[in-house]
Each structure stands twice: as structure tokens, then as C-alpha cells.
Design a protein around this ligand. Structure first.
Ligand SMILES: C[S@@+](CC[C@H](N)C(=O)[O-])C[C@H]1O[C@@H](n2cnc3c(N)ncnc32)[C@H](O)[C@@H]1O
Length: 289
């Protein structure tokens, strides 16, 4: 059963909450909102809904919404794929540029989670990896497929949900370049990574550094007003107008949330890198299953 309130929607089966969704208004030019879905156990309670309701003061258009529409609403990059392609092009991925984090990949099966328009996937393929890229945005995948090469497998799938897309053959490694800030359900994403890796397989990721204050150029992790403790999706008209975050928003999590989530998923930290900057802008890591 789906109950729809002003700001929140809950799905229940036999009275148990199985999913919650919060209405958010991205700063997209068209002003459309999106349902932000959570299947995270910590958020699946009416108490959480009540406290989250107090935190977020915006209202939704209400009305029933189908599960299909919820899944579609998370593909926030669809309207911006053309823009992103022009903006990022084939810029070298941070994972490639920093810290020697990436193990030898030639001949290995590598998953590029939330691959977008495929620049990380192409880099891995150029090193001789057998690459599969998955992304929730069909438009971003369209750009990836058009860029080739044809030996990369691109799949339209949500990395936080069921593994129907996976053929069951384990991956030796997984990359996730600058995308965990776009993924609401961190535990879901990491559980997928752990499930598809072979034992000893590696997970290399880059994120916007969660520990430094917001600034008007959009490189902040947390919302400048509410601050570091305020986890979850946010957007602001003060983001860099030329950047990605004013278009799709960002999900902030505390450093401890990231570290605990990796641990809980069975991904053991092996190496961390903070590329030099006046204050670090990015954080990268390599974990092992
Ligand atoms: C900032 S882009 C990064 C894309 C690419 N990794 C890169 O470095 O250019 C973030 C990507 O995460 C994808 N994404 C967000 N949520 C996702 C999900 N639940 N499952 C799969 N991909 C997702 C978006 O569609 C988008 O392509």
C-alpha cells in the first residue's frame, strides 16, 4: 500500500514500512521536483518520517505516484546529459590521476558503477580491462555508447537495487568516480559492489571531500546553512552556476557515515588519498572485499 502525504510517501506491506520517499525540489531550470526514495533500514520508520518532515519545509504536489515513476525520478542527469557531456568530455578521472589507487586492470573484469557518459569506463578499457558500466540515466548511457569503443558493456540499472542486470560472473574490481554524492541509498550501492566483487576484489572510489565547509563555487559537501551534521540531498541557488550541483543537487554524508558504511558492507579500507589543495576538495579510497 502507498500512502502519500504533503512531503513524504511511504510504501507498506502488511503494515511494515518497506520504502519511504521524500519530495525535493531540484534547482533545475524547469522547477520540477523529484521523489527521493530510501530503502535504508534506519529511515524506514514513522519516527524518521516525522523528524525529517520537521527538517524539510517544502511541500509536494501530492497525489498518488507509481513505483515506476519513483524509479524514473532518480535519473536526475537525464535532462543534463548533453550539458554534462560538453562540460566534462574526456577529462581524466580523479581515480586515474591520483595516488596510484588503481590496481593493474589489464585482462580483469571491472565494473564502473554510476559510469555516466563513460569517461572512467573508457579509461579502464584503454588499460585493457573488460569493462561493464552501469548507470541509472538512460541519457548519460546514450552518450557513453555513442562514444564507444564497442567492447564496453553498458547497462541501464540502479546500482542500489536488485542485481537482475548482473550475469553472476564476479568482477575483479569496481570503480565509482564522483558519483556517491548522487546516490541516496549508500548502503544499497555498497552492498551491490560487495555482492558482485570476487573475494579480494577491489573497490576504488572518489567523492567530494565530506569534511570541508560549503562555498559558493559548489565544491562543498554539506549545505552552507544547515552544516556538516545535516546529511541527505540538498541543493542551493548559491552553487556555481556553471557546475553540476546547481543542476542536480548533492547528497552529503559525514565522513564517519562513509567509513561505517564501507565497513558494514564488508569492504575493508586499504588506502586513502586527499589530493593536495589549499584545503582538500576530494577524497579517494581503495577497499578490498
Ligand atoms: C557526477 S555523474 C559521474 C559520472 C561518471 N562516473 C563520471 O565521472 O563522469 C554521477 C552519475 O551517477 C549516476 N547515478 C546516480 N544515481 C544512480 C544510481 N542509483 N544507480 C546508478 N547510477 C546512478 C547518475 O546518473 C550520473 O551519471
Amino acid at each position: 500500500m502507498i500512502e502519500v502525504g504533503d512531503e513524504f510517501m511511504i510504501a507498506t506491506v502488511d503494515g511494515d514500512i518497506v520504502a519511504t520517499a521524500r519530495w525535493s525540489w531540484p534547482a533545475a531550470a524547469d522547477g520540477n521536483g523529484a521523489w527521493i526514495v530510501s530503502t535504508h533500514p534506519a529511515r524506514l520508520s514513522r519516527g524518521w518520517l516525522r523528524s525529517a518532515s520537521r527538517e524539510h519545509g517544502q511541500s509536494s504536489p501530492g497525489g498518488a505516484i507509481s513505483v515506476g515513476a519513483v524509479a524514473q525520478a532518480q535519473a536526475r542527469y537525464d535532462p543534463f546529459a548533453e550539458w554534462y557531456e560538453q562540460w566534462i568530455g574526456d577529462a581524466p578521472p580523479l581515480i586515474a590521476a591520483h595516488g596510484g589507487l588503481l590496481p593493474a586492470v589489464s585482462g580483469d573484469r571491472v565494473l564502473d558503477a554510476a559510469c555516466g557518459q563513460g569517461r572512467m569506463s573508457r579509461y579502464l578499457a584503454s588499460l585493457g580491462a573488460d569493462v561493464t558500466g552501469i548507470d541509472i540515466s538512460a541519457a548519460m548511457l546514450g552518450k557513453a555508447r555513442a562514444a564507444g569503443p564497442g567492447n564496453i558493456t553498458y547497462i541501464h540499472a540502479d546500482v542500489t537495487r536488485n542485481l537482475a542486470w548482473w550475469d553472476g560472473r564476479p568482477f575483479g574490481g569496481c570503480t565509482c568516480e564522483l558519483a556517491l554524492m548522487d546516490i541516496e541509498d549508500l548502503a544499497g550501492a555498497l552492498s551491490t559492489v560487495a555482492a558482485v566483487l570476487r573475494p579480494g576484489g577491489w573497490f576504488v572510489a572518489s567523492i567530494v571531500h565530506p569534511c570541508f565547509p560549503g562555498n559558493e563555487r559548489g565544491r562543498s559537501s554539506w549545505p552552507p546553512g544547515p552544516g556538516y551534521e545535516s546529511e541527505g540531498w540538498w541543493t542551493s541557488p548559491d552553487h556555481n552556476p556553471d557546475g553540476v550541483r546547481i543542476r542536480v543537487g548533492a547528497t552529503h554524508r559525514k565522513l564517519s557515515t562513509f567509513l561505517n558504511a564501507l565497513h558494514d558492507a564488508g569492504l575493508d579500507a586499504e588506502r586513502f588519498v586527499e589530493p593536495p589543495a589549499p584545503v582538500p576538495t576530494y577524497l579517494l579510497w581503495r577497499c578490498r572485499r
